[in-house]
Design a protein around this ligand. Structure first.
Ligand code: TYD
Length: 201
């Protein structure tokens, strides 16, 4: 058995996890690992539908929204994540199960139930890095990227709920990263964490 490793990068919008994905992948490759980087929502049919609906600001019921993300993840695991793990590769995914737990939990669903169902169905992450940032700081970064931010106040309130769930997660595979630090310091903290938790670096 030469199962690979699964590392999920999670956090609020604007937390900087996407910026940290490639530097971590490079560090792991330099250490001799075969690395795959990927993301959710995916670029597959379900992921595209999710983005279209978000652009159209279509209001989905929380349970239906969850179903879309789970469908997208099923395809992602079957086509990308499980084969890579079976081949002994290190998979870095920008968002995974804990995004559904925190975001769809913040929409009013029972986050403990989403967590239990996710852990029953999908490969457990070996490590889930949660990039912690205050909602207003994350939103300011999203705005600085030029993304239009309507309903900013409601968004901030919503993200505060998401953050509360991320903070409450009891999973042993979770590690928390201070994402308010400068990018180089965050990158170093990420490498330290991967070294300590998984001995891959
Ligand atoms: P994001 O990582 O911001 O993707 P991109 O930068 O490619 O647009 O994710 C898009 C949004 O989807 C983000 O606000 C979090 C949300 N999301 C959920 O609500 N549930 C989920 O299960 C996932 C994977 C994402």
């Amino acid at each position: 058995m030469n199962r690979g490793r699964l590392i999920a990068l999670e956090g609020l919008d604007g937390c900087g996890k996407s910026t940290q994905l490639e530097p971590l992948a490079e560090a792991l490759r330099a250490a001799g690992h075969d690395v795959v980087t990927t993301h959710e929502p995916t670029d597959g049919a379900h992921g595209r539908r999710i983005r279209e609906m978000a652009r159209a600001r279509a209001a989905l019921e929380p349970a239906e929204e969850l179903r879309w993300f789970v469908e997208d993840r099923r395809e992602h695991v079957a086509q990308v994540i499980a084969p890579a793990l079976a081949a002994g590769r290190v998979v870095l995914t920008d968002r995974y199960t804990l995004s559904s737990v925190a975001y769809q939990g913040a929409r009013g669903l029972d986050w403990r139930e989403i967590l239990a169902e996710s852990e029953a169905e999908f490969p457990l992450p070996d490590l889930a890095l949660i990039f912690e940032i205050a909602p207003d700081v994350g939103l300011a970064r999203v705005r600085a990227r030029g993304a239009p931010l309507e309903h900013a106040f409601e968004r901030e309130e919503f993200l505060a709920k998401v953050a509360r769930i991320f903070r409450a997660l009891p999973c042993a595979y979770v590690a928390r990263i201070d994402a308010a630090a400068p990018p180089d310091a965050v990158a170093a903290a990420v490498r330290d964490c991967v070294r300590e938790r998984l001995a891959l670096l």
